[in-house]
Design a protein around this ligand. Structure first.
Ligand SMILES: CC(C)(COP(=O)(O)OP(=O)(O)OC[C@H]1O[C@@H](n2cnc3c(N)ncnc32)[C@H](O)[C@@H]1OP(=O)(O)O)[C@@H](O)C(=O)NCCC(=O)NCCS
Length: 273
């Protein structure tokens, strides 16, 4: 595991366990959430609210610090990460109603949250956190490319390598996507001597995408930073797929429209989009 933290990237990031946040008394939703966010909060399943709120608070702590605001401004920050159909989109940040030019990414998984934020021009950030856990042998065959499966086979700890590859895939997706659905096999992670390279939907991002991966508190964390002035504009996303599935798919949110996105839980359970 590469223990190097992403201090060399032009992003601020923060990781916390939800237990630690609870202990510090931070997750007081009323104090942190904007009105729109409280409406979203109310639509979530009760069991998911704590995790979702922790992600919002962690992100807002980064934004407050970066923008030189005080904690009392937290409710003036509104983070939108769903479109009108309830599908996950790249988070947008508005402060006192004005959308600010920035890139924010949030991930929550099994008791931990990770967020990264930047206002650097042309930079898009994506993060993912995955709890270290065992995987069924079929998992990598189903969701990984041939090259990624080879990296799992060659590794000393297969489960850890699966966590690492998965975390990097999602981080790259969140940084590089233009709101097309997450398709795990269309993001490929390659091991290179000094780190990792990736291809997104057939486009080799080469040194336009920098990836860092590290382990904290039994969670694998990944940050991907894409220079989107040179990369995202060239991406050609696959056409949006329509589906009629209506069960809870997008981060515990039940979309009224019946359009669907898939969460890590769906993939881990083996549901095929
Ligand atoms: C990206 C995705 C796989 C992550 O699921 P997950 O691993 O279960 O959850 P994580 O905690 O790691 O990440 C969730 C966060 O990713 C962010 N996110 C969701 N969709 C995103 C997207 N398209 N691009 C960038 N970030 C996205 C959100 O901030 C979300 O957290 P929030 O709801 O608290 O704001 C899932 O959210 C997804 O499939 N999103 C795409 C949905 C879609 O098809 N959108 C197309 C809209 S046209």
């Amino acid at each position: 595991m590469n223990a190097e933290l992403p201090a060399d990237l032009p992003v601020a990031w923060q990781f916390a366990t939800i237990t630690d946040m609870d202990r510090s008394g931070v997750p007081d939703a009323a104090r942190w959430l904007a009105d729109d966010e409280r409406a979203t909060w109310a639509s979530l399943r009760a069991t998911y609210r704590r995790e979702w709120t922790a992600g919002r608070i962690l992100a807002k702590q980064l934004i407050l610090q970066h923008q030189g605001l005080s904690p009392s401004d937290a409710r003036a920050i509104n983070i939108t990460s769903r479109d009108s159909h309830g599908r996950g989109i790249r988070p947008r940040v508005a402060i006192h109603g004005d959308v600010i030019p920035c890139s924010l990414s949030i991930s929550h998984a099994d008791g931990a949250v990770l967020a990264a934020f930047t206002t650097a021009g042309g930079v898009s950030v994506g993060v993912d956190v995955v709890r270290r856990q065992p995987f069924a042998p079929a998992f990598s065959r189903r969701w990984f490319t041939e090259l990624e499966q080879e990296s799992v086979t060659a590794s000393e700890d297969h489960d850890l390598e699966i966590c690492r590859v998965w975390a990097m895939k999602e981080a790259v997706y969140k940084a590089a996507c233009q709101d097309e659905p997450f398709a795990p096999r269309l993001t490929e992670i390659r091991n290179v001597p000094n780190g990792h390279r990736c291809a997104y939907r057939g486009l080799d991002l080469a040194d336009r995408c920098r990836i860092r991966i590290w382990l904290i508190d039994n969670h694998v964390c990944s940050v991907a930073v894409v220079n989107d002035t040179t990369a995202r504009v060239q991406l050609r996303p696959a056409p949006a797929r329509r589906t009629t599935r209506t069960r809870c798919l997008t981060n515990e949110f039940v979309p009224e429209s019946g359009t669907a996105a898939y969460t890590t839980t769906d993939y881990l359970r083996g549901d095929k989009p």
